[in-house]
Design a protein. Sequence first.
Length: 210
Amino acid sequence: MISLDFARLLKTPVAHDPFPHVVVPDFVPPATLDAVLADMPRLDRRGSFPVDSVRLGPHAAALMRAMEEPMLRGAIEGLFGIDLHDAPTMVTLRGWTSERDGRIHCDSLAKRVTVLLYLNPQTDAWARQEGCLRLLRGPDDLEDFAVEVPPINGTLLVFPNGPTTWHGHRRFVGPRYSVQLNYMTTDDKARSELRRHRISAFVKRLTLAA
């Protein structure tokens, strides 16, 4: 079992500027976060790693399982008034950010909902706003943001995807752990992305073992 603060999530009102989202600090409580971080693999290259392609200690593995449990799905359904009962899930782990990351983008519309869970301790870099995710009002200006989310202390960010859910962050190079959970659509585009995910899991499992 792993402790996650679902009560705090359920009490958090949905914000609408610049698009519907919730931000929940300390969704992973401090003691649990320390245990999870101690169980994380070292990922010293960029990219999203399917969780079954990396070696996780027991607390980290329990966190990944908890992210796909019905309690989180139900909480998101209730907060945003959406039906995710048949939505496939895709979970990936990032551990390193390079100068190529953070560019302004919207997630693929094959991803109905994006859930980001940040697992980093507080550092001076985050205080300088490096690598802090910004929810943007448009696609052209990283400084035109409504919300900035430091990637620290078990903070949870959830937003349904759409054609104007622009986000990005200022340049940061170094360790930056995040879990991304996506609730997918069930159309051909989503099935293609899920197949790519499974192939990526196989390839990355081989390269990490090498």
